[in-house]
Unconditional design. Structure first.
Length: 473
């Protein structure tokens, strides 16, 4: 193999390249004329190594995290990797089933910074030492040409959108989703500001602000806040009724009345995109104080972003509903045994009272009128008991006709008064209940307190039902 000829051929092609991707493609193309190796060039684009040019494989890795695989190791360390047997290197990323040998060299710019890697993989015998020297020289030539052409290619807008979509999908709160969406809108559109309007039955409201809002966003928020929910609602309605819209930056063309608050804030360029369905969704406003001319492609990217943001919000809403269903009784809507166990585990001795409640004569209702009638009794009683409790008191259904209220009191007599109020609430709807009251003793387990409350309840049952009994302290 004439390695000097390899270098000459690549050098000639590099001098003719007018862009970084072209320089990488021509390097790979010229090099492939002299070897059967699988060849690829990966450059640093944002936080990943992106394959800019490749040949010789049925499939290539389009992107690789910066520290993944042999290529990631070489990029991170800046040291050439010569791997005679890829089967013993745990970092090998398989691109062909027959590869046996890999040579990966860092692509350095003239200042010595690593901007990417040049990777070669063979499936047959090869003398690696001369190829190591050749690959390093070619990588140096390529690095110099990349620097001369302005450095590695910038992340495209579609690549940015893909990266932000991943962030949206992994966001764990509504606020995180909305913050990620506005951040993505600014970066992908290249406009300076983005705000979300969230629809609601009483108009619309502003979504969360970023940690350090810019001057334009601050003015926009102030104007929209002063304009009020009705104006925000009209902006949202406009976006949903007519679809996405954008300015052309033409002088002498005033905005519609709905956007007057934005122009007062200094907005001269605006993209408005509907978010979600018209009845529950909102609008994404992407703005700039400069007079610019957004194009339809930019608007399309904002629509894709809005769709992804809404999907992420719906995912969170669905998870919240599932969590609520998992922790709530489907008949009465009250929380049940799981949350109850967590609550009484945090009971404060002498302060947290447990009120064990049993419906008097409930079995007779079921036996005489059927389970549907029994269900109606339970639902009605649950609403009556909830209405009799104070704000902050909690009511749980822990069995068929068994309820427990958990309340905070200053003394036992206060807990008894609340229990009597519950009994009176039951009487007002034509039912009676028996209530046992217990306060945790120091060092007593939550189950122990509940057992004493149950014992107090059965004391009421023995005395004729429809009453309240306080367990001994």
């Amino acid at each position: 193999m004439d390695h000097q000829r390899v270098i000459r051929d690549v050098t000639v092609r590099l001098t003719m390249a007018s862009s970084v991707p072209e320089a990488c493609r021509w390097t790979v193309s010229a090099l492939s004329q002299h070897t059967s190796a699988t060849i690829s060039v990966l450059l640093d684009v944002h936080d990943r190594l992106r394959c800019v040019a490749a040949t010789g494989a049925w499939q290539v890795f389009a992107t690789v995290p910066a520290r993944t695989g042999i290529v990631g190791r070489v990029y991170a360390t800046g040291a050439t990797a010569v791997v005679p047997d890829v089967t013993v290197d745990p970092d090998y990323l398989p691109v062909r089933p027959d590869v046996t040998t890999e040579l990966c060299v860092p692509v350095l710019d003239p200042a010595g910074r690593t901007v990417g890697v040049l990777d070669l993989q063979w499936s047959g015998p090869v003398d690696l030492e001369p190829w190591r020297e050749t690959a390093q020289r070619l990588a140096a030539l390529l690095g110099a040409r990349i620097a001369a052409l302005g450095g590695p290619p910038a992340e495209s807008r579609s690549e940015k959108l893909l990266r932000h979509a991943a962030a949206l999908s992994s966001a764990e709160t509504e606020e995180a989703v909305m913050s990620a969406a506005t951040c993505a809108a600014r970066e992908v559109s290249t406009l300076s500001t983005a705000v979300l309007l969230i629809g609601g039955p009483d108009g619309a409201r502003l979504g969360p602000s970023r940690a350090a809002p810019g001057e334009l966003e601050t003015r926009i928020r102030a104007e929209l806040t002063e304009a009020g929910p009705e104006t925000l609602g009209r902006i949202v309605e406009r976006a949903h009724r007519y679809g996405a819209g954008y300015t052309l930056g033409e002088v002498g063309h005033p905005p519609t009345e709905d956007y007057q608050a934005l122009t007062r804030a200094g907005v001269r360029t605006l993209i408005a995109v509907p978010v979600g369905p018209s009845d529950t969704g909102g609008a994404l406003l992407v703005a700039d104080a400069r007079v610019l001319r957004p194009d339809p492609t930019t608007v399309s990217l904002m629509e894709l972003l809005a769709g992804q943001a809404w999907t992420s919000l719906e995912r969170l809403h669905t998870l919240a509903r599932l969590r609520e269903q998992a922790s709530s009784d489907p008949l009465t809507g009250l929380r049940h045994t799981g949350p109850f166990g967590q609550r009484i585990a945090a009971a404060t001795p002498g302060r947290t009272a447990l009120l064990a409640i049993d419906v008097d004569g409930f079995k007779t209702v079921n036996d005489t009128y059927g389970h549907q009638a029994g269900d109606r009794v339970l639902v009605g009683l649950a609403r009556a008991l909830e209405g009799a409790l104070r704000h902050g008191d909690e009511l749980y259904r822990i069995g068929g006709d068994e309820f427990v209220a958990v309340i905070e009191v200053n003394r036992p007599e206060e807990a008894v008064r609340i229990a009597e109020r519950l009994a009176e609430a039951a009487r007002r709807i034509g039912r009676t209940i028996s209530v046992g009251v217990a306060l945790p003793r120091p060092g007593e387990s939550p189950d122990g307190t509940l057992r004493r409350a149950d014992q107090a309840l059965y004391a009421v049952k023995r005395q004729g039902r429809d009453g309240v009994h306080l367990a001994a302290a």
